[in-house]
Design a protein around this ligand. Structure first.
Ligand code: 13P
Length: 244
């Protein structure tokens, strides 16, 4: 069984100095930890800086990007390709609800990114989640997942991490109940395979992290706001040890 996974999504936060200090504090505090895997996803422009900080650390903390463009290179002003990310990262978040909402990203486009990442041996962290609490929420999540996997080979499903992030729980301090998150995670595993890694995201803090440990359907967490405070993020990682 693989280790529980904690992924930090810094979103569009931190200055260069902040990114350097935050990653250094996290690295130093997690230097001797084992039993958990940690991925930091800073803004793309700070990837190089955080990579140079993490280089000194061991295997526990690794690097991911928050987004990518599926083409290898070309006239796509302002975009960053999968092959560029590959030089620094092992992981890349795709399909985050903020990209679906603000940048109008569709399931089709997201599935292109998933395929491009897989073709480059990067691990996609594919985000799915419903907008509102409703009776058919789980069905909506599963439909979005299937749409985001369009033309992805079934045999590759095991290489993909799925992050279940109900939109109503993101940045609201209203995290999902553990049995609900667990139920959605188990449904996701029915599609992805029993061995797949499924994360929960949405208002995860050091105080509520225990709600998301020890569940069959959930193997880790994707943390937004609480990943910007080194001490809180380190606490979350420590509480995840053995928590799968
Ligand atoms: P919060 O942890 O701030 O709710 O954000 C969750 C998220 O969107 C992580 O990708």
């Amino acid at each position: 069984m693989s280790l529980p996974l904690v992924v930090a999504n810094w979103k569009m936060n931190t200055s260069l100095a902040d990114a350097s200090v935050l990653s250094t504090l996290i690295r130093n505090n997690l230097r001797n930890i084992s039993g958990v895997q940690v991925v930091l996803c800073p803004p793309n422009i700070w990837l190089q800086e955080v990579a140079s900080v993490l280089e000194i650390s061991g295997e526990t903390v690794s690097l991911g990007a928050q987004n990518c463009y599926p083409e290898a290179s070309g006239a796509y002003t302002g975009e960053i390709s999968v092959t560029m990310i590959k030089d620094l990262c092992r992981y890349c978040i795709v399909g985050h609800s903020e990209r679906r909402h603000y940048f109008k990203e569709t399931n089709e486009f997201i599935s292109e990114k998933v395929r491009a990442l897989l073709a480059n041996d990067l691990i996609p962290i594919l985000c799915v989640g419903e907008a509102h609490r409703a009776d058919n929420s789980v069905d909506l999540v599963i439909a979005q997942l299937k749409g985001s996997l369009d033309d992805v080979e079934k045999e590759d499903y095991g290489k993909i991490i799925v992050a279940y992030e109900p939109i109503w729980a993101i940045g609201t301090a209203d995290s999902a109940e553990s049995d609900y998150a667990d139920r959605v995670g188990q449904r996701i595993k029915q599609i992805m395979g029993a061995e797949a890694t499924v994360l929960y995201g949405g208002s995860v803090t050091a105080e509520n992290i225990e709600h998301f440990t020890g569940l069959d359907g959930i193997d880790g967490v994707l943390v937004g706001g609480a990943s910007l405070k080194a001490s809180e993020f380190v606490k979350i990682c420590e509480k995840m040890v053995g928590g799968k």
